[in-house]
Design a protein around this ligand. Structure first.
Ligand SMILES: [Zn+2]
Length: 136
């Protein structure tokens, strides 16, 4: 599905490459921010090699809470984590992700993607939760 909605925009200036465990469409005009569909990343940016604010930082800023220590992560690594999450859940990823939007921000998927982008491990949300419990 990601390829089907990405390929037509190669004719209008989008660029395609294989990176971050995905087919990446850069300069994708219908997205305001990068998003993942399976092993396809659709991004409005010219490349994914950029720092973005973590979801936790955005949530803290929104609630006027003290900002966390890790405030930015690599966008490409963040989106890559979602491709691994997709590989586990397949077509169930999107409905499960949408349900987690009912939880306080950031969702477990976004928190895990930020963690993976920062540390290179822990892209699966519930493994991350288990490792947090072990530390306590
Ligand atoms: Zn994300």
């Amino acid at each position: 599905m990601g390829v089907v909605i990405g390929v037509p925009f190669l004719l209008t200036g989008s660029r395609c490459e294989i990176a971050h465990n995905a087919i990446v469409f850069h300069n994708y005009p219908l997205a305001k921010r990068a998003f993942v569909l399976g092993n396809v990343i659709l991004s409005p940016h010219t490349d994914l090699n950029r720092a973005v604010m973590t979801y936790e930082c955005a949530a803290c800023a929104k609630r006027r809470l003290p900002l966390p220590q890790v405030r930015t992560v690599h966008l490409g690594k963040h989106e890559e984590a979602h491709t691994w999450q997709y590989q586990v859940l397949g077509p169930l990823f999107l409905p499960v992700y949408l349900v987690t939007l009912l939880l306080p921000s950031p969702t477990p998927f976004e928190r895990a993607a930020d963690h993976y982008a920062h540390s290179g491990e822990g892209w699966w949300p519930w493994h991350l939760a288990a490792s947090y419990r072990r530390r306590r």
